[in-house]
Write a protein that binds this ligand. Structure first.
Ligand code: ADP
Ligand code: MG
Length: 353
């Protein structure tokens, strides 16, 4: 059964695109495609958009978009660490049950956790979904700061160090055969903020590709996944925000059939004693990573892009370049002084002014 979430059709969505038919031997009769858009407000604590740039009718688009929403909703529920839902064991259930028995979970959650573990290993633990205990301390301080800015404070270092003793990936026990998961340490917990959105978008992209919907764009909280190209074969101009003033664009790139994910210090933060503390925590220092203001990753798999943007944010440029190469991905790093560093293939994507 389809669930109908809080949605809005983007009515004034862009002007009509006039596209030339570029097929061989074809006179350049323009093909008129009216881009369509839908926005959802209930997934992953952010805003999600579905855009269609192919000639689907309004009905086809709405049905397709509703199918995407069903996928996002399913993963939103599975990955939620704050709420449980009737009839499923999600990450909240697993965290509550830490130190207890193994729990039966949906096969989709098994697949995701295996993927998360593999990415933990490939990033040498810089992206670690078992950092829940540490992340919770930062989350609580951020929430407290939102309530009472004057008295904002950072977590106690001793509390962080104690929490860090419960973050080993080994504490996540996945039994594929019996479809069960157990967190073996009562003080450990899962947090998939670094990876969940990208992974869910990629599953929606799988669906759209299988339906032949080349010419759709998904944007979940700034994590962008482009399926195919524009009908004329070109890519989309995508703006990468200026971290010092996120209402402005630092760089425009043109991309198609890939993902673009940014991790930035400007996304979620609080101020204590005049210093800014953002939400991406370096596992080595247990404090917000200070190498960059933002890191943007371009690679087809949106889950990998999401993972890498967080992992690269927590390591030096040199280490990051090596890691990127092992994935065949591209990146743009923006340093606190505004300097931009590009991986070799990234520069080619940049629109020259
Ligand atoms: P966003 O979700 O804002 O787009 P990220 O993808 O970089 O940004 O994910 C940040 C979130 O990931 C944090 O809110 C936190 O839940 C989690 N997180 C922070 N640091 C790490 C880390 N080193 N490894 C794994 N997860 C992290
Ligand atoms: Mg990420």
């Amino acid at each position: 059964m389809k669930h109908f979430p809080k949605v809005k059709v983007i009515s004034a969505f862009c002007a009509v695109l006039m596209l030339s038919a570029l097929m061989a031997g074809c006179a350049s009769a323009p093909v008129k495609v009216e881009p369509k858009g839908m926005v959802y407000f209930n997934y992953f604590d952010t805003v999600s958009y579905v855009y269609c740039y192919i000639n689907d009718s309004a009905e086809q688009f709405e049905s397709c978009s509703a199918d995407v929403a069903v996928i996002l909703e399913e993963y939103h529920q599975l990955f939620d660490i704050y709420n449980e839902y009737t009839g499923i064991n999600n990450l909240c259930t697993l965290n509550k049950n830490a130190g207890g028995e193994a729990l039966k979970v949906d096969e989709k959650l098994i697949d995701f956790l295996l993927y998360a573990r593999e990415l933990h290993n490939r990033t040498d633990g810089h992206m670690n979904v078992m950092m829940g205990s540490v992340l919770r301390l930062w989350h609580d301080c951020r929430e407290a700061a939102a309530e009472d800015r004057e008295n904002a404070s950072v977590p106690d270092i001793k509390a962080l160090e104690d929490a860090a003793k419960h973050t080993s990936i080994e504490l996540l026990e996945i039994d594929e055969e019996n479809c069960t998961v157990r967190i073996s340490d009562p003080h450990a917990s899962i947090d998939v903020g670094a990876l969940g959105k990208g992974y869910a978008i990629e599953r929606a992209a799988d669906f759209l590709s299988a339906e032949g919907k080349l010419g759709y764009v998904l944007n979940v909280g700034g994590n962008i996944r482009i399926i195919g190209t524009k009908p004329d074969g070109s890519g989309w101009v995508t703006g990468i925000k200026n971290p010092k003033d996120p209402s402005t664009i630092a760089v425009n790139i043109t991309i198609a059939d890939t993902s673009c994910v940014t991790s930035g210090s400007y996304e979620r933060f609080f101020i204590a004693d005049g210093k800014k503390y953002h939400h991406i925590i370096d596992p080595d220092t247990l404090f917000p990573a200070e190498y960059f203001d933002s890191v943007t990753v371009i690679t087809p798999d949106s889950g990998v892009a999401d993972c890498l943007s967080t992992a690269l944010f927590c390591m030096s440029y040199e280490e990051g370049l090596k890691l990127l190469e092992s994935f065949g991905a591209e990146a743009l790093w923006i340093l606190p002084d505004g300097e931009k560093l590009y991986s070799p293939g990234m520069e080619q994507l940049v629109n020259k002014a």
